[in-house]
Design a protein around this ligand. Structure first.
Ligand code: GDP
Length: 683
């Protein structure tokens, strides 16, 4: 277990994640021909259109060997439209390598992903890439990491020159000057003692590494204070503790494209990133009793795993699993507490870059693909039935944008239905449903690019030609004030008299989503109504909130309280409780008054200074609020970052407009920020 690393590579688009991943697979000896992103043959980009676009959309897990360690790389996408992919990868990986471009430095999306990694407490290394490019600036990039990301950087290397003058780098711990021969695609790392200014720089940086390490190691501290010589190995071991505690980030540098620096990065993955054994036991809850349960990463513990990705592979469902504890064999039945179902592990695979290998058994720390699981969805826990546990689910953010879709010809209707079901199974941020009023099929997702990608997948992977409508904002609704509603159901249904009286209170609670609270105890806990009837009332109220009580949009930021439920032992039924609760809720909402909400996005535009005025003017014209402007440096030109909040409805087609306003020199990132009240007429 100590020889395993489960890592992710996180970065802004174009910082060089794909190229670096390729080089890692190449040097680790599994890929014998270096795939180039630019000719569209990168191994991790195996979905057709990812190749075309040159971006990695879907996380795939690839395993390789380095220095007697097994490293599994969980691919994570760089585009914020796909944050769920980033989140679910972060859930199952143990450490990460963050790649920055030495030219652009820390870009908006790198910040977003970095914060997500902070939230999951993932130890990280940084790789400052593209040192060979004109305008590369290692020092500035490191300064941005400190300022923008609040990182305590541990400089493990320092470049020897940059841009055209970039020759190699010095290894701070050993004082070696490293270069890579052009002749054998950088396979041989040449080491010689650093000299002159570089040697002095390395010595000074080594001092600061020792200081950082000494905080975590008393023996080292003593040696340091006494001025005794300190071995590189001792510093490495102490720094490992610093990194695992999340108190520092070792920084490496190089040029993936020019084959420089990748081997040092792999060594660092082994030296500083955690193995599954370094992690605290995985924590979850007992599915029924709600008590906290933990699973240590050992083979003796009961089996537990998280399904973190479902992929359709030629019509078959492949489920990616991260095993936390215990063992499971092919043919075993595992328990899925979320669906109260046992499912059989028909086949298990480990994915290598060029092949998949069937395996018979999985254990703690394994990341594998399983075939045969029909029900398990992203975020579901799999465990032993006798020792049930549920890990926290992976929460998918709510879709903010929708488009109508229809098949190009009538014969495609059935195929469209089937395809949508498959895409929904793979991607929890994607929803498709038929609009009750218009009969149209409406797809919802995280942004224009997200839906665009899915539409193209329908054509390219499923051979389905579709027409899509214009993108629309997904509105929500909430309430204006607190109110109560009461309803009585007293009728004969199916020849049987049925009765219920329900009283409900509703109120707006910002940030709460939809919450339900019952003040009515069930029978057996001091009340009269059987628990099943109260559940029927709850389900009916929540279903009404889901379809919108006023304008037909899903509600949010609403608290629903069950105040009273009158139970008649002869006539009380689930149907009566359900209808009465739905009516009481509708009545309460009518009194509370409805408020339409629209999604407001955080937008950050990075651009050369000369365009700042025009871009701010345009954001203002879209009704946006500019929150700040910062200098970003930028090598050849002076760059600025403009941060604003803008309603999503005003941001359609922004990428095209921005491109033409800035001659294609600006980039932007957009993430959902919050909902804001808007006029009913706006719908
Ligand atoms: P990703 O979007 O983060 O996966 O980035 P890619 O690996 O696709 O790289 C984006 C572009 O930058 C491609 O054209 C690469 O060839 C180029 N690139 C990647 N690494 C380097 C590097 O070290 N130096 C230079 N000059 N270009 C690089």
């Amino acid at each position: 277990l100590a020889r395993r690393r489960n890592i992710g590579i996180i970065s802004h688009i174009d910082a060089g994640k794909t190229t670096t991943t390729e080089r890692i697979l190449f040097y680790s000896g599994l890929v014998h021909r270096m795939g180039e992103v630019d000719d569209g043959r990168a191994t991790t980009d195996w979905m057709l259109q990812e190749r075309e676009r040159g971006i990695s959309i879907t996380a795939a897990a690839v395993t390789c060997m380095w220095a007697d360690h097994e490293i599994t790389i969980i691919d994570t996408p760089g585009h914020v439209d796909f944050t769920i992919e980033v989140e679910r990868s972060l859930r199952v990986l143990d450490g990460a390598v963050a790649i920055f471009s030495a030219v652009e430095g820390v870009e908006p999306q790198s910040e977003t992903v970095w914060r997500q990694a902070d939230r999951f407490g993932v130890p990280r290394l940084a790789f400052v890439n593209k040192l060979d490019r004109l305008g590369a600036d290692f020092e500035r990039t490191v300064a941005m990491m400190r300022e923008k990301l609040g990182v305590r950087t541990l400089l493990m290397q320092w470049p020897d020159g940059d841009g055209d003058a970039y020759r190699g780098q010095v290894d701070v711990l050993t004082g070696d000057h490293l270069t890579w021969s052009e002749a054998d695609e950088g396979r041989t790392v040449e080491r010689r003692p650093a000299e002159g200014e570089l040697a002095e720089r390395a010595a000074a940086l080594r001092e600061s590494l020792i200081e950082a390490a000494a905080d975590h190691d008393e023996a080292l501290m003593e040696a340091y204070l006494e001025g005794s010589p300190i071995e590189a190995g001792a510093i490495r071991r102490a720094l490992r503790r610093v990194v695992l505690a999340g108190e520092g980030v070792p920084v490496y540098c190089g040029s993936a494209l020019r084959n420089r620096g990748v081997q040092s990065l792999l060594d660092a993955v082994v030296d500083y990133l955690p193995s599954p054994a370094d992690l605290p036991p995985a924590a979850g809850r007992h599915p029924e009793e709600e008590a906290e349960e933990t699973r240590p990463p050992t083979e003796e513990a009961p089996f537990s795993a998280l399904a973190f990705k479902v992929q359709m592979d030629g019509g078959r469902r492949v489920t990616y699993l991260r095993v936390y504890s215990g063992k499971a064999k092919v043919g075993d039945e595992v328990w899925n507490p979320a669906r109260a179902k046992g499912e059989r592990l028909a086949r298990l695979f480990r994915m290598y870059s060029h092949k998949r290998e069937r395996i018979e058994e999985v254990g703690p720390g394994d990341i594998v693909a399983a075939a045969g699981l029909k029900e398990a969805a992203t975020g579901d826990t799999l465990c032993e039935k006798a020792h049930p546990i549920r890990f926290e689910a992976i929460v998918a953010p709510h879709p903010v944008i929708s488009i109508a879709v229809e098949p190009k010809d009538a014969t495609g209707a059935k195929k469209l239905d089937e395809t949508l079901v498959k895409l929904e199974a793979e991607d929890p941020t994607f929803q498709a449903r038929r609009d009750a009023d218009t009969g149209q099929i409406v797809m919802s997702g995280m942004g224009e690019l997200h839906l665009d990608v899915l539409t193209r997948r329908m054509r390219e992977e499923y051979g389905l030609e579709v027409r899509v409508g214009r993108p629309r904002v997904v509105y929500r609704e909430t309430l204006r004030r607190e109110a109560e509603g009461e309803a009585v159901f007293d009728r004969e249904l199916g020849g049987k008299p049925q009765y219920a009286r329900i009283k409900i209170r509703v109120r707006p609670v910002p940030g709460e989503g939809v919450a339900y609270l019952s003040h009515v105890p069930p029978a057996g806990e001091g009340g009269e109504s059987p628990a099943a009837l109260l559940t029927a009332a709850e389900e009916a109220a929540l279903a009404s909130a889901g379809s919108g009580a006023l304008a037909g949009y899903e509600m949010t930021d609403v608290r629903i309280e069950l105040l009273e439920a009158e139970y008649d032992p002869d006539r009380g039924t689930e149907a009566a409780f359900g209808v009465a609760a739905g009516n009481a809720f509708a009545e309460a909402c009518r009194r509370a008054g409805g408020q339409l909400l629209e999604p407001v996005m955080s937008v950050e535009v990075t651009l050369p200074e000369e365009f700042t005025g025009a871009v701010i003017g345009d954001l203002n014209a879209r009704g946006g609020r500019v929150e700040g402007i910062e200098d970003r440096g930028g090598g050849e030109a002076s760059f600025q970052a403009v941060r604003a909040h803008v309603a999503l409805s005003k941001m359609f087609g922004y990428s095209t407009d921005l491109r033409s306003a800035t001659q294609g020199r600006a980039t932007y990132a957009m993430t959902f920020s919050h909902y804001e009240a808007c006029e009913m007429a706006g719908a």
